[in-house]
Design a protein around this ligand. Structure first.
Ligand code: 5GP
Length: 196
């Protein structure tokens, strides 16, 4: 997605060879126009997959997911990272190690919102080592739901998340694939070869 790549080049900040900061349009301030395009792109990629619901993780997965839900005309469920007094019974849970926070969170979804009838599209903002997406896949399994695929806004292709998800037989679609963050520079992976 060219507009996303341009936004990453213009506004992304390489914090280290492992971490990209995109606080100005995705992780803190949100660019609604870009989120709309992202949602439409996911909807197009998974059109015909009979998706019934989108499953994501709070908080940064919510904006792209809502836009994809709008485009696909399906509800969006986000897994919670913190215990909530209102989220008390029939929980589907998974343990997720956070790449950026270096801590393990128990993520939880109410079983009443995902059932064996659902066909899920799992969406997240970043894909690094795949722990968040694998946790959401685990929750889908517990519910007996089928999974149309995993949609990622920004994949860091030098980490092994995409491979781990593909090995489970699940389709992964990333709108921007970063090959490297070495020397403070973002290099994108093209389908064949590498572009910067
Ligand atoms: P994973 O679970 O695939 O290892 O990491 C994905 C999660 O960690 C995402 O939900 C995202 O919040 C966070 N994350 C991983 N890498 C980055 C990064 O380079 N930049 C930002 N902003 N978040 C990241």
């Amino acid at each position: 997605m060219r507009s996303l790549q341009e936004k990453i080049i213009n506004e992304g900040r390489v914090l280290s060879s492992q971490v990209l900061k995109v606080d100005s349009f995705l992780n803190h301030q949100i660019d609604p126009q870009l989120m709309k395009e992202i949602g439409e792109e996911f909807a197009q990629l998974f059109a015909g997959e009979k998706v019934t619901k989108i499953l994501t993780l709070e908080s940064s997965g919510i904006a792209p997911s809502v836009m994809a839900g709008l485009a696909l005309n399906v509800p969006v469920v986000f897994a919670r990272k913190r215990q909530s007094l209102t989220l008390t019974e029939n929980l589907l849970t998974a343990e997720v190690y956070s790449f950026t926070k270096k801590e393990t969170n128990r993520i939880a979804v109410s079983a009443s919102f995902i059932t064996g009838e659902d066909r899920l599209l799992i969406i997240d903002d970043f894909l690094a080592n795949g722990q968040a997406a694998l946790g959401l896949l685990d929750i889908a399994d517990q519910a007996g739901a089928s999974v149309a695929g995993v949609g990622i806004v920004i994949e860091k292709a030098f980490q092994d998340g995409a491979q781990l998800i593909s090995e489970r037989g699940v389709r992964v679609e990333s709108l921007a694939r970063i090959q490297s963050l070495e020397n403070g520079k973002v290099t994108f992976a093209a389908k064949e070869g590498v572009t910067s």
